[in-house]
Design a binder for this molecule. Structure first.
Ligand code: PSV
Ligand code: MN
Length: 430
């Protein structure tokens, strides 16, 4: 028997926090009521929101210098699903898991699907991986994959993506996320347009193999591991590719994959307008693709992204149905705690953005009331919606204070005993 957190334990912990939560919730309800906002509607929205967690996020991450593994790390995808189960059990906002192939490749996919279902989890977009060489792989991706100058290597990378679709279909996914590390480190190393052309040919093959109800999400990234040029460097390249491919291809926005100070919310707005917003890889950053915890460095930016998303949702923008996912590297924290906290910060941004009075905002914008518009947005950002988030969790049988409950449960200590350190050193971002 492996350790799991019981519903009774969560109930016990919640009892200690229930009275204070009821008081805070009532006070916030009165505060919002004075602004004409029904707190119950906001709580219902919070309860309906969901964001996927990545399987790779529950292992300790690292940098290219080192990785410092934590105790009780998941040893395989089944352990990873257990950890994702705890994140959802306590936080109640992450009912889906996004797998990465081949990291999560197993022979028995129905056992994997059942394992997920035992935690009330389903599978979200499948991520292909042609940015490193899998064990036993015939041709290397050192100089590229889907855009490699060699046709055989491109064919192998296409084949891998087709296998990901097959695996995903068995897991119940309906989307494939493609991120390639292809690019160049030296001017002159690669013909910038020829590489893009090869990408289009490869992607067309993948696109044509998508099942009827599937989509392909194209993830752009400005730099790293290629440092002079990347083939799908920005939303422009991604949009060009998605447009040429057709309606099943959309652009995925990883918040860390832009130049510093880029106005990401404006990119989001444009992609919504073009009906090409696939969804997100949420994380936070200070300098580059830092893969820090969502909302930890710049919660205002996250909120402004959600301002665009909620605007699109409420006005029922055509073709708007983004896939929300977290993509972070937890190098110095317990990944379970980081993912609980991050999902909560994403939910916070969603609820805060939902507080904005859209009709009033449109009215002041029409009058060119500059500060009036800013205040309507800013006031929503500064309201502490924590009681709504906690109450939403409580009503869904989650933990009022999920990180405190997780710590009190001793889950990590138990896993450290159940999952002895294999001694296998590994390095890298994930
Ligand atoms: C690349 O930096 C990325 O954001 C892609 O989504 C990968 O699949 C993921 O990180 C994991 O390495
Ligand atoms: Mn990503």
């Amino acid at each position: 028997m492996t350790f799991s957190i019981s519903a009774d334990f969560i109930g016990e912990q919640n009892r200690k926090a229930e009275v204070a939560l009821a008081e805070d919730y009532a006070a916030l309800g009165r505060q919002l009521g004075r602004r004409g906002i029904d707190i119950e509607k906001m709580t219902a929205r919070a309860m309906a929101y969901a964001v996927a967690v990545p399987t790779w996020g529950v292992g300790t991450g690292g940098t290219r210098f080192a990785r410092f593994p934590g105790p009780g790390e998941p040893r395989n995808v089944f352990d990873k699903i257990d950890d994702c189960g705890v994140i959802h059990q306590l936080g109640r906002v992450t009912p889906t898991v996004s797998p990465h192939i081949p990291w999560d490749k197993v022979d028995d996919l129905s056992a994997l699907r059942q394992k997920a279902a035992s935690h009330d989890l389903a599978f979200d977009a499948v991520n292909s991986n042609s940015f490193q060489d899998a064990r036993g792989q015939k041709l290397s991706y050192k100089f590229g994959s889907l855009t490699h100058a060699d046709a055989g290597t491109r064919a192998q990378a296409v084949e891998h993506n087709l296998e990901c679709i097959e695996i995903g279909a068995k897991l119940g996914s309906t989307a494939l996320t493609v991120w390639i590390a292809d690019g160049s480190n030296f001017p002159g190393q690669s013909n910038l347009n020829a590489a893009f052309d090869r990408y289009m040919v490869s992607l067309k093959e993948i696109y044509d193999a998508l099942p009827k109800d599937w989509s392909v999400f194209l993830e752009h990234k400005l730099y790293e591991p290629a440092f002079y040029s990347t083939v799908i460097s920005d939303w422009g390249s991604s949009f060009m590719a998605a447009s040429e491919l057709g309606p099943k291809a959309k652009c995925l926005v990883d918040l860390g994959h832009h130049a510093p100070n880029t106005n990401i919310e404006q990119i989001v707005a444009r992609l919504i307008r073009a009906q090409k917003l696939a969804g997100f890889h949420f994380n936070d950053s200070k300098y580059g693709d830092d893969d820090l915890d969502s909302g930890s460095v710049d919660p205002f930016r996250l909120f402004l992204v959600f301002n665009e998303l909620v605007d699109a949702e409420l006005r029922k923008a055509p073709g708007f149905s983004p896939a929300y996912m977290i993509d972070q590297s937890h190098n110095v924290t317990d990944p379970i705690e980081s993912l609980i906290q991050s999902a909560n910060e994403i939910l916070r941004a969603y609820v805060q953005a939902s507080l904005i009075d859209r009709a009033a905002l449109a009215a002041v914008q029409a009058e060119s009331d500059v500060l009036g518009g800013h205040l309507l947005v800013k006031q929503a950002f500064v309201i502490d919606v924590s009681p709504i988030l906690a109450e939403a969790r409580r009503r869904k049988s989650g933990a009022i204070d999920p990180i405190a409950t997780y710590r009190a449960s001793g889950y990590r200590r138990h896993k450290a005993e159940e999952r002895p350190d294999s001694g296998a050193a590994s390095a890298g971002i994930v």
